[in-house]
Ligand binder design. Structure first.
Ligand code: HEM
Ligand code: HEM
Length: 122
């Protein structure tokens, strides 16, 4: 579980960093919120969770950890694609795609928090 989180996290690092460089070169910052969330909700949050699951193995083998994994990893690409569409189309919401993705990520955070509160003890 920990390595799955960390391996996916570095994919977001590569994508988010590349997007940041593209924004800088083209001086087009319209996708800045996408860049920020790919790196913060993608790279940092997933890597942080991976390190916590590695450090507290009991937390990594629960149903809540699986729910966190799937909600975060299915929700975030949906959220980012919806947000990119919105930012490049005059702030029009792309149907339910963005809110569904964002809500899935948030539910994943809730699962993670509940899991940590239940299982992480020294
Ligand atoms: C190759 C690496 C990176 C490049 C080339 C890059 C480039 C950029 C650029 C051009 C902006 C827009 C700046 C502005 O107009 O104010 C920006 C904003 C931002 N970047 Fe990056 N970035 C990189 C890595 C990162 C990383 C690793 C993180 C976080 C872990 C990050 C988080 C942010 C955030 C949060 C903003 C929005 C700042 C604000 O709200 O003013 N970036 N980045
Ligand atoms: C369910 C997940 C999340 C949702 C729905 C969400 C939503 C939002 C919204 C609506 C904004 C304002 C965007 C704007 O007006 O430019 C924002 C900005 C921001 N959020 Fe999030 N966020 C989420 C997760 C996170 C996480 C996990 C982090 C950090 C670890 C984060 C860091 C930031 C930062 C730094 C900004 C300012 C970025 C900028 O200036 O473009 N967010 N977020």
């Amino acid at each position: 579980m920990a390595s799955r989180f960390i391996r996916i996290a570095v994919a977001y690092l590569v994508i988010g960093g590349t997007l940041g460089l593209y924004m800088g070169i083209t001086k087009n910052f319209v996708l800045m919120p996408v860049h920020a969330h790919i790196l913060l909700a993608g790279w940092l949050s997933l890597a942080m969770a991976g390190v916590i699951y590695k450090h507290y193995p009991t937390a990594s083998s629960t149903r809540l950890a699986s729910c966190h994994f799937w909600l975060h990893n299915l929700g975030l690409p949906t959220f980012m694609i919806g947000l990119a569409y919105m930012m490049t189309n005059g702030h029009e919401l792309p149907g339910g795609v963005l809110p569904i993705g964002a809500t899935a990520v948030l539910l994943g955070f809730y699962c993670f928090a509940l899991n940590v509160w239940r299982t992480v003890r020294d």
